[in-house]
Design a protein around this ligand. Structure first.
Ligand code: GRF
Length: 195
């Protein structure tokens, strides 16, 4: 079987990217990672990608005169990689519309809440976990979903729940959720590639 190809987008620490890459190295995910795209030159994900010899592209909208030009440069990298799946792993920019329409059912994201709760513009990282604790929710978790033109609004593919404890802080809850993200994301990517 021809090896499948993944292109990953990440803006931050890249722990999900690392978990995916580890799963690739362990042949858990039957694919190769063709490229890492980031909008943030300081992203730890870039360091890791370079260390692993994965092609790295720093493409931030603020370095382009208009969004269309940024989009064209993303399109070129994607066209080069011919990805079977585009995996957003903590990518903080919205994927431009032309890319959404060129890659239908091929772009996924992971979010640190049980969507549709705590999803949408402005809901990320500590903001999510702080609200979960303030609202005294008894459970939280993570969601893998298809990406469409609504922030965190695409159809849900899979979720994993975790308990919220009375003495949780946003940090302790984030850690518990992130640990599950690292298990869930590779599992879902594998299942989608084998479909
Ligand atoms: C994760 O919590 C993910 O759910 C969200 O952004 C965070 C990225 O973390 N979309 P990392 O960069 O993978 O460590």
């Amino acid at each position: 079987m021809k090896k499948k190809r993944l292109t990953v987008f990440a803006s931050g620490s890249g722990s999900n990217f690392k978990a995916l890459h580890q799963a690739v190295l362990e042949n858990e995910i039957p694919a190769s990672i063709t490229a890492l795209i980031s909008d943030n030159p300081k992203a730890k994900a870039i360091e890791y990608a370079k260390y692993c010899g994965i092609s790295t592209y720093i493409l931030s909208p603020k370095d382009f005169s208009e969004e269309a030009a940024w989009c064209k440069s993303l399109e070129a990298v994607l066209a080069d990689g011919i990805p079977d799946l585009i995996v957003l792993a903590g990518f903080l920019k919205k994927i431009p519309e032309p890319i959404l329409s060129q890659y239908p059912k091929k772009i996924i994201n992971i979010h640190p809440s049980l969507l549709p709760k705590y999803g949408g513009k402005g809901w990320y990282g500590k903001h999510v976990h702080r609200a979960v604790i303030q609202n005294r929710d008894s459970e939280s978790g993570c969601t893998v979903h298809w990406v469409n033109n609504i922030y965190d609004g695409g159809p849900v593919i899979a979720q994993k729940r975790v308990p919220v404890y009375p003495d949780d802080t946003p940090e302790s809850l984030a850690e518990r959720v992130l640990r599950e993200e690292h298990r869930l994301y590779p599992k879902v990517v594998k299942e989608l590639l084998l479909k």
